[in-house]
Write a protein that binds this ligand. Sequence first.
Ligand code: PLP
Length: 422
Amino acid sequence: MEKLALLNGIALRQKPFPKHPMIGIEEKKAVLEVLESGKLSTFIAAPGKHFLGGEKIREFERIVAEYHNVEYAVAFNSATAALHAAVVACGVQPGEEVITTPYTFTSTATCALMANAIPVFADICDDDYNIDPEDILKKISPLSKVIIPVHLFGNSAKMNQIIKIAKENNLKVIEDCAQSPGALYQGRKVGTIGDCGILSFTENKNITSGEGGMLITDNEEIAHISRLVRNHGEAIIAGQPRSYNSSILGWNYRMTEVDAAIGIEQFKKLDYFNTERIKLSEYLTNKINEIPGLKILPLAERNKSVYYVLPIEYDEELIGIKRDLFVKALVAEGISFGAGYAKPLYYSPIYHENKPFIYNYYTGNANYAPGSCPIAEEKHFKKLIITILCRPPADFEDMNDIIKAIKKVIEHKEELNRNVNN
Ligand SMILES: Cc1ncc(COP(=O)(O)O)c(C=O)c1O
């Protein structure tokens, strides 16, 4: 068999994987329409109808709200901005605590710091990479205000237990659905189970508007405050003359009409894109589960994952190759894989030598010591490998190349280990 690419052989995959995101004629036409109209934003940070943005923003918000069957959707220029607004809208005060997972993208936690609140990390579950309700219970303190579960990799966190804990402890729940638009938890759409949900439309997500995010909620107060945060904290007072009058601290988190135009067309394709992701991921799952040492964890009953990435459990002993070397060898074969996802967040300098100012006033006991979330660490540093390749327009032939490359690396393990050890 052909030599490994990492040992100067020829890479199994010669052509690049199909381009993502998929931008069609619909998005191009919609953008051109906006450009020709000359109305690129139309947001104004003062009372009046432009306080809530232009036509495309409102249409985008309407279709996202309808899809989720919720009362309100508020568009932002990123999910990070929407998360920040959600923390403010949930009434979190400086020095109070927001409980979240350390195994997520940085802004799931920094959104708390942006509001001068403190992230507290609860460990993840062994069976789904998402926040562990049992550990949330251990992390609750008199300062706790909000829980932010993340539906990581496209699959839902254990929402029934999380909502029960939140209710019993008078906490609000912000669902971070950046990686899971359209996913189901026990038959219910994620983002509609907590007090509000957040979507992301950045370029590598299931759908994109270039950059963008959305807050969805049935809570009028959360919708209202998040709109103020989005647009310089201006109050919307009907019939008032236009004047600048910041009622709360606000930012410019406004989405442009161009982004909204792309987002609308992409959102119409969300279910189709997700169905394709599921087909590709399930095809690959069946093949990967036949390989001793690799396993995809089964989904909980009545959950639907939308497979932002495919997470695979790696057994170093059974495979006989160090995990990071295995991933390096696969990447050399032209197959994009990652060893783990993002390092547990409490390893970042902002939780140690570069702590934000608010920590000078913090009276609680948030623990950022290495080792504080052992399951997240075990997954990240030892057990998990991920790929983002199960997404349209890739097809089964592309998936077959992933399997061929995995088999090629495993078949060459002696040679690989020998060369690396020498
Ligand atoms: C789980 C999670 N939360 C939040 C974000 C932030 O999204 P955005 O880039 O739209 O701010 C991301 C995106 O990378 C994410 O994956």
